[in-house]
Design a protein around this ligand. Sequence first.
Ligand code: ASP
Length: 439
Amino acid sequence: MLKVCKFGGTSMADASAIRKVKDIIESDNSRKYIVVSAPGKRNKSDIKITDTLYACYRDLADKGSFKERFALIRERFTGIVKDLNLSIDFDKILDQTEAEIAEKKSADFTASRGEYLSARIMAEYLGFEFVDAEDMIRFDSHGRLNDEYTDDKVKTRLKNIEKAVIPGFYGRNHEGKVKTFSRGGSDITGSVIARGVGADLYENWTDVSGFLVCDPRIVPDAKTIRFITYKELRELSYMGASVLHAEAIFPVMKAKIPINIKNTFKPEDAGTMIVPNEQYKSLGNEIITGIAGKKNFTVIFIEKSMMNSEVGFVRRVLSVIEHHGLCIEHVPSGIDTLSIVLESEQLKNGVLTDIVNEIRENVSPDYVHVIENISLIATVGHGMARRQGTAATLFSALAAAGINIAMIDQGSSELNIIIGVANDDYENCIKAIYNAFIN
Ligand code: ASP
């Protein structure tokens, strides 16, 4: 058994959390490759190391000096080193880091130092080897992860190292300069390392015991999801469920390595297990796996008799949106109707009026109608396809709660049903769906 473990910012926030991390790693000899984030918040009003580092970079760019701000970084890390009783000369490492930030003048390099310093401490504390992510993770000239190169490097670099600590969040670009993933990207590093070494399991340790069926701000006692497939998670995280970086599933998905979301502060909790898509058949009996949603969409509803026999109709409608450089969220359609769902944010300053006018000119519809302030809510679960009457249960629950549905889109995957409701009904809608399916 070989496990790659990633510990997030709260797990690395101070010495007391780091001691818990050590206990977790030492309690299971198969936890061999450890990926760490930079120290995160110790309490609600605290500042993440990564944010302070970005501020260091801005100070450097604007004022030519970041000394004062770097003192905060220094204080935080030396505090941890002292509390852990480490004998390493960390001042020297910090001096070197400060000099390199001044010399390189790069936002990515500066931000990456949080993970670098965190991993140096963790390697020392565990007695594991420190292996730098920049020697393994490579981005191509478009800024995308270079999978082949990275896989190969991970394999060869770690082949003869039994146990290692690796900083998350960064690698090198095609020119050899340090480049970071997007925020929260240490999750991706963990996934990449897990695939590279052919791990049996990727454990992602955070400060919650997994994904909840829905947002606990709406349903306070929402249950934890025990099993979820990569695909279901994809649908939920696209809609805003954010325990794991949305891109972190891709590297392990190809290799069919499961991810276990675990809680550093409650290691006895089973957490959520994210498994290959084909395994859903052997999982529990739940009809739905999760509910997620987002507010503030606009639906442009277009009606034209016989649109299905008009060659190029849909393309001409969509080309209007493309001309404005906008992204489309959904395109549900009927025989004579087509709806386009867009994020309202993109349609400000007269853009919506322009689009509607251009659609009228381009395809001469019988009718165009705009519905604003819409929320999209996705009900996700492989179980829905196996069970008759899922849609009926959902729609009856909403009818009983007096919620009007403005749009329905049952994706072609049979994995989810997305509905559009008024923003004002958002919370009630999620509650109604939860109560209809989860008991
Ligand atoms: N430290 C980085 C961030 O705050 C990356 C990570 O924690 O995954 O976004």
